[in-house]
Design a protein around this ligand. Structure first.
Ligand code: NDP
Ligand code: 8X3
Length: 249
């Protein structure tokens, strides 16, 4: 197995677990994020299979420069996993912070588009290329105070469909994996380092782990070339919808 996977947001959570699982399965990984030391730790663990690429997905020029700097052995990308993203804040819309709104639209939507655009020449060159977009149950159902985060994930859903339509004639597979509640640094970021509040999100029920989603992503990318899993929702058993979670508090 020598396919090359470009993963954004590989420094933490779902992206890191996916980078680790795919490295173990023999894929070559381009591990992206802003926190270089975390990505270097991945490289130290997995060696030559990992190439570290540090950039902020909001930085349009930085994205294209980073991709242009890939060494020859990592230039032919087979699989793009658009995973980088976060929620910033959780407020009723009349009290929302404009900076939080900018962050979510700039990272989750525009950043995903920049990375995809930068990699399309390589993906179009390949014969079995695949794009996986990490959406969310928040991109299927709006929940109270989810407003702009949900909007950003609804946009990911639309972009996932649009890419599949526009790239159909090129034979590129495009699909989304939409997780429900996964315990990662997601809520730490959303609540700006308020750890007790973040931990509270996952109390009283069994959330998904990042490894659960990594396994699903591996399943999706290891289907035969004629099989495209277009849109997949994965929730903890204790979760029935964005707002209905069975808790034993
Ligand atoms: P984490 O906070 O653990 O990981 C987020 C990753 O995104 C980090 O690696 C971070 O890297 C990267 N990232 C964030 N902002 C930027 C940026 N501006 N430029 C480059 N990279 C960035 O959260 P998750 O693993 O949970 O989130 C991963 C994806 O899964 C997100 O798209 C999220 O919306 C989605 N998701 C999460 C769910 C959950 O319950 N946890 C459920 C459904 C979807 P760094 O900070 O080093 O740049
Ligand atoms: C993350 C899932 O429900 O916290 O996308 O918004 S949720």
């Amino acid at each position: 197995m020598d396919r090359t996977v470009f993963i954004t947001g590989a420094s933490s959570g779902i992206g890191r677990a996916t980078a680790e699982l795919l490295a173990e399965k023999g894929f070559r990984i381009i591990a992206c994020g802003r926190r270089e030391e975390r990505l270097q730790a991945l490289k130290e663990k997995w060696g030559e299979k990992i190439h570290v690429l540090c950039f902020d997905v909001r930085d349009k020029d930085g994205v294209f420069k980073a991709v242009a700097q890939l060494p020859p052995e990592f230039r032919a990308i087979d699989i793009l996993i658009n995973n980088a993203g976060n929620a910033h804040g959780m407020d009723p819309i009349d009290q929302g912070s404009l900076d939080d709104w900018d962050a979510m639209i700039d990272i989750n939507v525009k950043g995903l588009l920049y990375v995809t655009k930068a990699l399309l020449p390589s993906l179009l060159d390949g014969s079995n290329s695949h794009i996986i977009n990490i959406g969310s149950t928040a991109g299927k159902e709006v929940y109270p105070k989810g407003n702009v985060y949900c909007a950003s994930k609804f946009a990911v859903d639309a972009i996932n469909q649009a890419l599949r339509i526009d790239l159909n004639e090129h034979g590129i597979r495009v699909g989304a994996v939409n997780p429900g509640l996964v315990e990662t640094e997601f809520s730490e970021v959303r609540f700006k380092g308020d750890s007790p509040r973040a931990a509270g999100v996952y109390k009283g029920f069994q959330p998904l782990t990042p490894e659960d989603i990594a396994e699903v992503i591996h399943f999706v990318i290891s289907r035969p070339p004629h099989v495209n899993i277009a849109d997949l929702v994965v929730m903890p058993t204790d979760q029935a919808s964005s707002t209905i979670v069975r808790k034993d508090l």
